[in-house]
Ligand binder design. Structure first.
Ligand SMILES: [Zn+2]
Length: 484
């Protein structure tokens, strides 16, 4: 279009449009605008699609599928021009894990009086053995042991008065809601160890029956997750439901009793083996010589639960966070203005086995990095219209940085701050335990379809949510790494 043909009014409109564009851009610091815009829904989705493909076999730490995924991410970091920590070979931080695996499993419900037929229960609908379960074939009475916690120092014993020896122990996941920190007891591994200490032959956790890699890798007994429906059937003789029990337990009460039913649980597991897991770590070195030993971690767990018996793609959990992190890492490498402090992009291994990779990294940060000033972890950000920020209430300065970044670069999304006790739920936990200010962002406002089942596929991913959360996290990480 030639200028002469433009009417004066239109010319004025164009001119003012240009002027206002310039003003807005100046307010937002143009280099950051440009850098953040490189985090795209298309880029993130392409990575999710790849990581969730059969090529990486569900990315279980210690398997070839996981290692291939880690090496691919490392290669992408190299291609982007990011620095590998001096003491890590090729961006990889190895550590050992104990890896079990499932061959087959069966669970039957038996009538208390041994009359009538055993009722076979269905995979996923009624029960799912744990990936770290030991082999075994147990037929025994079920006893209910509340939250499965024994903590004399805190005045609680869920096993008080219960004879658990030679029985199948069934517990609820959860903790008393009394404001105290039960984090150390509220894990599958802790519950299972406590059941074993009380002489249990098998272990059941009442929860959505999904495949879980957490639990004790040296488990000496078969272990499974059971649905609330099946738990209610097991408790039917006692005329009490899980829902009612949960209320009592959350108020600080206890409930321990024989359920009055038997189960037959068989698990054929592979014997645990020592295998190598890898965190992937890439650095954007800080520009200020005095401050570059301080660093911000932007993290996401790369691992998932594998292929037992068929592929668990883990598209949302957590190919989404890993892909968003890779978008941030690539965009950061191209940023014209770098922050004063270093940013470490870390893909954690072993999250599903109990936050093993984040704990290892927090204990063994790369050479030359003295002090971690903030952690932003991305977990299951593949769906939603915003993010729940675990730890946002504990660390308001991080939440504020996220809100400001959101206002500038993703104003459509909602951020919600939550409290975190450094609980064993996500990879910010091991950092928080060490007094580091750390949060985890989870996609919120939509359901995480197929969580820990073969249905966690790319078909349920909403790419724009990764773009919005990625841009927000990147701008916040830069602000935190550059701040006072
Ligand atoms: Zn998971």
């Amino acid at each position: 279009m030639r200028l002469r043909s433009i009417t004066p009014l239109l010319a004025f409109a164009l001119l003012s449009l240009q002027l206002s564009t310039v003003t807005v851009a100046r307010d937002k610091a143009p280099p950051m605008d440009e850098a953040v815009a490189r985090v795209t829904a298309e880029g993130a989705f392409a990575t999710v699609d790849l990581l969730a493909s059969p090529e990486y076999a569900g990315r279980l730490t210690g398997t070839g599928g996981y290692e291939a995924a880690a090496r691919w991410v490392a290669e992408e970091c190299k291609r982007a021009g990011l620095q590998a920590p001096g003491d890590f070979k090729g961006y990889l931080q190895p550590f050992m894990v104990r890896l079990g695996g499932l061959e087959s499993s069966k669970l039957d419900l038996l009538p208390a009086d041994d009359k009538g037929q055993p009722q076979a229960q269905a995979f996923f609908k009624d029960f799912m053995p744990m990936l770290q379960s030991a082999s075994g074939d147990v037929t025994a009475e079920v006893v209910f042991a509340g939250f499965g916690i024994t903590a004399p120092d805190m005045g609680r014993d869920d096993y008080a008065g219960l004879k658990a020896e030679g029985k199948v122990v069934m517990v609820l996941r959860g903790e008393p809601k009394d404001g105290r920190n039960w984090g150390a007891f509220d894990t599958t591994a802790a519950r299972e160890a406590n059941a074993r200490k009380h002489g249990a032959l098998a272990f059941l956790v009442v929860d959505q029956p999904v495949l879980s890699a957490s639990g004790h890798p040296e488990g000496t007994m078969p272990a499974a997750m059971v649905s609330e429906d099946l738990a209610n059937q097991i408790l039917a003789g006692q005329r009490i439901k899980v829902e009612e029990l949960r209320k009592v337990l959350e108020k600080g009460g206890t409930a321990a009793f024989p359920a009055g039913q038997k189960v037959h649980l068989t698990v054929k597991a592979r014997p645990p083996q020592d295998r190598q897991g890898f965190n992937v770590v890439a650095l954007l070195p800080g520009t200020d010589r005095k401050l570059s030993g301080e660093y911000v971690v932007v993290g996401a767990h790369l691992d998932h639960v594998g292929s037992w018996p068929s592929l668990f793609p883990g598209a949302d959990d957590n190919a989404s966070g890993s892909a968003t992190l890779l978008e941030i890492a690539r965009a950061s490498a191209k940023a014209k203005e770098r922050p004063k402090r270093t940013i470490a992009f870390v893909w954690f291994a072993g999250e599903e086995m109990g936050l093993l990779g984040s704990r290892h990294f927090a204990e063994h940060p790369p050479e030359g990095l003295r002090q971690c000033v903030a952690v932003l972890n991305l977990d299951m950000v593949g769906v939603g219209v915003g993010a729940y920020v675990a730890g946002g209430k504990n660390f308001p300065e991080i939440f504020k940085a996220l809100e400001e970044a959101r206002d500038a670069y993703a104003p459509g999304i909602k951020l919600m701050a939550g409290t975190s006790e450094g609980e064993a739920r996500a990879d910010h936990g091991p950092f928080q335990e060490r007094g580091i200010h750390a949060v985890s962002l989870f996609g919120s406002g939509a359901s995480h379809h197929g969580y820990h089942t073969p249905e966690d596929t790319v078909f349920f991913i909403t790419p724009k949510s990764m773009e919005a959360i990625g841009r927000t996290a990147m701008a916040a990480a830069f602000a935190l790494a550059d701040g006072p």
